[in-house]
Ligand binder design. Structure first.
Ligand SMILES: *[C@@H]1O[C@H](CO)[C@@H](O)[C@H](O)[C@H]1NC(C)=O
Ligand SMILES: *[C@@H]1O[C@H](CO)[C@@H](O)[C@H](O)[C@H]1NC(C)=O
Ligand SMILES: *[C@@H]1O[C@H](CO)[C@@H](O)[C@H](O)[C@H]1NC(C)=O
Length: 451
C-alpha cells in the first residue's frame, strides 16, 4: 500500500546517496515539504523527492552552502574559527553509540557543543536504519547545528564489538573522516554515548589554548601484568570485522609469543590525540601504524593498546605523550568489564577530580541534570553556553537560566572560562610540566628496574 510507505525511508536514501558513508545532508526543509505533501497526496511525493535527489545529488556542496537564501546560511560564511597563536584550539569529537542511544548521543552532543569544533556521530550496527536516520534528522532540524554545519552523522552503521579490534577500526574510520571533512582541527577526542563533560567547552578550549598542539593525552603503561597472557598471548577473532551485525569475539585455541619487534603499551581507550599523530596513523608513510594494526586485528581490546603502542614505539611521537586521559571513572573491586555507573553520590568526587569528562552515566540519570544546571549552565534541549552566545549566561552554582542564552551569538572565538576551566588548566599544566612529562612518558619497566 502506497500510503503506508514511510517517508523517512525516502529521505534516508537521499542522504545516503550523497555519500555512502557520511551524511552531510541537503536541506531539512525538503523533508518537511515531502511530509506535508505526503499527507495531502502520497503520489505527489515521488516527483518531489526525485527532483530533490537530482538537485541535491548533483549540486556541489559549495553551492548548497551559500545560496539557499536564508539569512542563517549566509551568516555561516563569515563565521569561521580563527586560528593562530594565542587563539583557542579546535577539537574534533568522535561520538559513538549503539541501538537505543540516539537520545543519549544528542544530549552529549549538546553538552560538548561549540561552534569552533567539529563533531562526527556514529551509531553501530546495533541500531536500526530508522534510528540512524532519526539522529541525522534531529541534527539537521537543530538551528544551531544547521547554521554552523559542524555536526556530521556516519550514514552507515557497521558492526562493532567493543571488546574486539572492530571498535578500533570504527575509531580510525572516525579519525579518517574527520581529516577528510577538513576543518583544521587540533585534537581528536573519542567519547562514548555514556560519557558526559564536567567542564564547559569554553573551559576546555581555555585549558588547551596555551599547550603545544602536538601533545597526545593517552593513559598508558607497559606493566602488562595478567594482561600479557590474557590479552596479548591469546589470539582473538572478531567476527564484527566481517559480519553485518554486532558479533562477539572469540578466542582461538592457539597462543602466540609476546612480540619482541616492538614493546606493547596498554591503557584507557578514551584518548585525546593531536592532529599530527592522527595523520601519522591514517596517512603516514611509516609502516608501523599499518603493521601494528594488522597485529592488533587479533588482540582483545585492541582499542586499549593500539594508540599507546604506536605512540611509544615511534621516536618522533613518544615525547608528545601525556600519561593521562582526563576522564573520571570508578572501578568496582574487583574491576568488571566497565567502570561503575556514576550517580548523584559521586558528584563531589567528580568535581574534585578536575577531569574534563566522566563516565559512565545511565540515560537521564539525575546527576546529568545536576551537571547541566550547576557546571554546564545548560538549559534542557539547549547547547552548553559559552562566550560566543549573546544572551545572559547567569551565575554558576545557581539554577541554570530559564532562557537559552545561545539563541543568538556573537564572536565564536571568544572564550570565557569559569573556575573549572582554570582548575583544568592547572591540572593540565602540571601534567605537561617538564619533570612530570618526561618521567611518565612511555617508561619501559625494564628501564625503571635498571636504574
Ligand atoms: C619532541 O621532540 C622533538 C624533537 O625530537 C621536538 O621538536 C618536539 O618539540 C618535542 N615535543 C615535546 C612535546 O616535547
Ligand atoms: C550510586 O552508586 C553507588 C555505587 O555504584 C551505589 O552503591 C548506589 O546504590 C547508587 N545510588 C543510587 C541512588 O543509585
Ligand atoms: C528524565 O528524568 C526527569 C527527572 O529526573 C524526568 O522528569 C524526565 O521526564 C525524564 N526524561 C526522560 C526522557 O525520560
Amino acid at each position: 500500500m502506497l500510503s503506508r510507505l514511510p517517508v523517512s525511508k525516502f529521505f534516508a536514501e537521499i542522504w545516503v546517496a550523497q555519500d555512502s558513508r557520511i551524511c552531510r545532508i541537503v536541506d531539512f526543509r525538503f523533508y518537511l515539504i515531502a511530509m506535508r505533501l505526503f499527507r495531502a497526496s502520497p503520489l505527489l511525493v515521488f516527483p518531489v523527492l526525485a527532483i530533490g535527489a537530482v538537485v541535491f545529488g548533483t549540486l556541489p556542496s559549495s553551492l548548497l552552502r551559500g545560496s539557499w537564501g536564508s539569512g542563517e546560511e549566509l551568516k555561516f560564511v563569515a563565521m569561521v574559527s580563527s586560528r593562530g597563536p594565542g587563539l583557542p584550539p579546535v577539537f574534533a569529537y568522535w561520538i559513538s553509540g549503539t541501538g537505543g542511544e540516539s537520545e543519549k548521543i544528542l544530549r552529549l552532543l549538546r553538552a560538548v557543543y561549540h561552534p569552533r569544533n567539529r563533531y562526527l556521530l556514529h551509531m553501530d550496527a546495533g541500531s536500526s536504519a530508522a534510528e540512524r536516520t532519526g539522529l541525522a534528522v534531529a541534527v539537521r532540524s537543530d538551528r544551531i547545528f544547521r547554521v554552523f554545519r559542524n555536526v556530521d552523522v556516519v550514514g552507515k552503521g557497521y558492526a562493532v564489538d567493543r571488546t574486539g579490534p572492530s571498535a578500533l577500526s570504527a575509531t580510525l574510520h572516525g579519525a579518517a573522516v574527520l581529516l577528510k571533512l577538513g576543518g583544521d582541527w587540533d585534537w581528536f577526542i573519542t567519547l562514548s554515548s555514556s560519557d558526559y563533560p564536567v567542564v564547559t567547552q569554553d573551559d576546555l578550549l581555555y585549558a588547551f589554548a596555551a599547550l603545544p598542539r602536538d601533545l597526545n593525552f593517552v593513559d598508558h603503561t607497559n606493566d602488562l601484568g595478567w594482561k600479557e597472557f590474557e590479552r596479548f598471548d591469546k589470539i582473538v577473532v572478531d567476527p564484527s570485522l566481517h559480519s553485518d551485525t554486532n558479533t562477539e569475539s572469540f578466542v582461538a585455541t592457539e597462543v602466540r609469543k609476546t612480540p619482541d619487534a616492538f614493546k606493547i603499551f596498554t591503557g584507557s581507550p578514551w584518548v585525546i590525540l593531536s592532529r599530527p599523530f592522527v595523520q601519522h596513523c591514517i596517512l603516514g608513510g611509516d609502516n608501523l601504524p599499518r603493521k601494528l594494526l594488522m597485529y592488533f586485528a587479533n588482540v582483545a581490546y585492541a582499542a586499549e593498546s593500539y594508540f599507546q603502542t604506536l605512540l611509544c614505539n615511534s621516536p618522533e611521537f613518544s615525547n608528545t605523550t601525556v600519561n593521562h586521559d582526563l576522564r573520571y571513572f570508578v572501578w568496582d573491586d574487583p574491576p568488571k568489564l566497565d567502570p561503575l555507573l556514576l550517580n548523584k553520590t559521586n558528584y563531589k568526587q567528580i568535581i574534585r577530580s578536575g577531569a574534563a569528562f566522566a563516565r559512565r552515566f545511565m540515560k537521564n540519570d539525575t546527576i546529568l541534570k545536576k551537571l547541566d544546571e550547576k557546571i554546564l549552565r545548560r538549559t534542557p534541549g539547549g547547547v552548553v553556553p559559552g562566550g560566543w552566545c549573546s544572551g545572559q549566561i547567569g551565575k554558576r552554582g545557581v539554577k541554570a537560566p530559564a532562557m537559552d542564552p545561545c539563541l543568538g551569538w556573537g564572536d565564536i572565538n571568544l572564550v570565557e572560562p569559569g573556575p573549572y576551566g582554570k582548575k583544568l588548566k592547572r591540572l593540565v599544566s602540571q601534567l605537561v610540566s617538564e619533570e612530570r612529562l618526561h618521567s611518565s612518558q612511555c617508561m619501559s619497566l625494564d628501564a625503571h628496574k635498571g636504574q
